[in-house]
Design a binder for this molecule. Structure first.
Ligand code: SAH
Length: 222
């Protein structure tokens, strides 16, 4: 990824993006590869034009269908947690949304499989990812609670909508040695969790900071 992506699509100054990165550093993000990727990824592409002037603020923003693009801090944090044990070849992302987190992952892992329950969002995200010329992303319109069994098991799974409990089906689609990062909880109280599959039937769970995500819902929307 380089500055060419910023040309002709609303050049956002390097200084504005550097400011965002300093802020993420202050908040404790320390993986340099993640920081550079966030700095160099054009977030304004993933937001409607009316809001794109706010693309490099550290806030979540509406993307339609009652959903939001995650705050850069949380995208960086979840990505660094996912990658902490080393590089990953295959990653399942549940909750494509705008496709911004997908674009970050596409630059840091081998292959991304991204699923979204709302077709309208999935189609927009697919176009954006094509526009950025990433060739290592596959999309599917489905209820992510089912995962993507044909493509699994995965080295990593990232869920960007909050289920009330860790989805059992998705644990079965994690490789032994694999890692899942997700928010868990109800509308009022959610925590970020990391689950490592340490054996066939063995999982290690860590509970991290409080977070706020839209709920993970069952079924699909046309
Ligand atoms: N990472 C995205 C987050 C979008 S919000 C971004 O930054 O843009 C969470 C997304 O999860 C929404 O688009 C919502 O429709 C989707 N979602 C919720 N439940 C889901 C499910 N069961 N399967 C797939 N996607 C789901």
């Amino acid at each position: 990824m380089n500055d060419v992506l910023f040309q002709g699509i609303g050049m956002t100054s390097r200084r504005t993006r550097d400011r965002l990165i300093s802020r993420l550093r202050e908040q404790g993000i320390s993986n340099e590869q993640v920081l550079v990727t966030v700095r160099d990824t054009p977030r304004h592409i993933f937001i409607d034009e009316a809001l794109s002037h706010r693309a490099y603020e550290d806030s979540s923003l509406p993307i339609g269908f009652n959903q939001t693009i995650s705050q850069p801090y949380i995208v960086a944090r979840m990505t660094e947690l996912l990658l902490e044990d080393g590089p990953l070849e295959t990653v399942l992302e549940v909750g494509t949304g705008s496709g911004y987190q997908t674009a970050i992952l596409a630059q840091l892992v081998g292959q991304v499989y991204s699923v979204e329950r709302i077709r309208g969002l999935q189609e927009k995200a697919r176009k954006r990812i094509q526009q950025l010329r990433f060739r290592n992303v596959m999309f599917r319109h489905t209820d992510g609670g089912m995962g993507w069994p044909d493509k699994g098991p995965f080295d990593g799974i990232m869920i960007t909508a909050a289920p009330e409990q860790v989805p059992e089906e998705l644990l079965t689609q994690l490789k032994v040695g694999g890692v899942m990062v997700l928010p868990v909880g109800d509308g009022n109280s959610q925590v970020l969790m990391r689950v490592r599959r340490t054996g066939d039937e063995e999982f290690e769970r860590e509970t991290l900071e409080n977070v706020r995500f839209v709920p993970m819902l069952a079924g699909t929307v046309r």
